[in-house]
Design a protein around this ligand. Sequence first.
Ligand SMILES: [Zn+2]
Length: 343
Amino acid sequence: MAPPSILDYRPISTLVRVEHKVPKAKYPAIDFHGHPQALLNSAEGLASLKASMDSLNIGLMIAAENQSGDRLTRTLSLVNASPLKGRVAVFTGIDLQNVGPGWAERAVSRLETDIRAGAVGVGEVGKQFGQTVRKANGQRLRLDDPELDPIWEAAARLGVPVFIHTADPAEFYKPMDMHNERWLELALFPGRRITEGQVPFDSLMAERDNLFRRHPKTIFIAAHLGWQANDLAKLGKLLDLPNVYTEVGAVLYDIGRQPRAAHDFFVKYQDRILFGKDSFQPEEYPYYWRVFETRDDYFDYYRDYHAFWKLYGIDLPDEVLKKVYYKNALRITKGLPQAGWPK
Ligand SMILES: [Zn+2]
């Protein structure tokens, strides 16, 4: 018999294990990396978002969708007139196009206006920053470009956190061959490949770390565990910078495959890790709750192409869960409603 293709081979595990499904988070969670998108545009959308949030125990969602100006005020007035008032917060964005003479004054004044209008932070600064965004003079905009200093300093002065997504997973930059851990995903979704001529992953990480180091008074949150969840020692070095936080969206496959190391890491950096989910798929949140809250063995991830391995629960203590789910987000985001959360 010919061996099956990797797509066809779906063995059913014979391992008999105890299962603890967790449909609802143990404590109300703040989704720091929310992308509710069109659900915010209408009363019906907001009602459906509320139903999902209630059933999952998401206490608050941050729309990290760069809403500025009229779009921001429109969203805030719809939310405030809905039953989700106080349960959706909105981040503003920075227009990084054409950085050059006069850019900083415009960007800072727009940021001030949006914060006054009710935005509680900045983000998500997208992965194009560092990769494809160009300056007015045509050069690539480096993450640590000094012309951006005034905007990061303004965020510090206004007391708002900056949520930033840098780069793609490191494997996307490596040759697509039988040794690449993301080969299957890249084969199924060719658009995710980083084509030649792009900035190397390690350079982007170095520029990002330099940006964070240059602005010690600004609070930065690196999305997706900084794409370093597969190297927790390196991620730990980043979190040793006192102004840096991180968020767990879309990297559950790396947390759940190293339950002992991840448990110890979350305990050590319990004040620096925030819950966030990224794309809004209500049925996927319970996988996060299960990894964080149980000690279950060997269960499926919600997609079979990010990772074709199984997950394990990391069994976080209650106090760590509370910090990751909501306490850390409340502490660094002063504009969020601070009352009504469990002690
Ligand atoms: Zn995102």
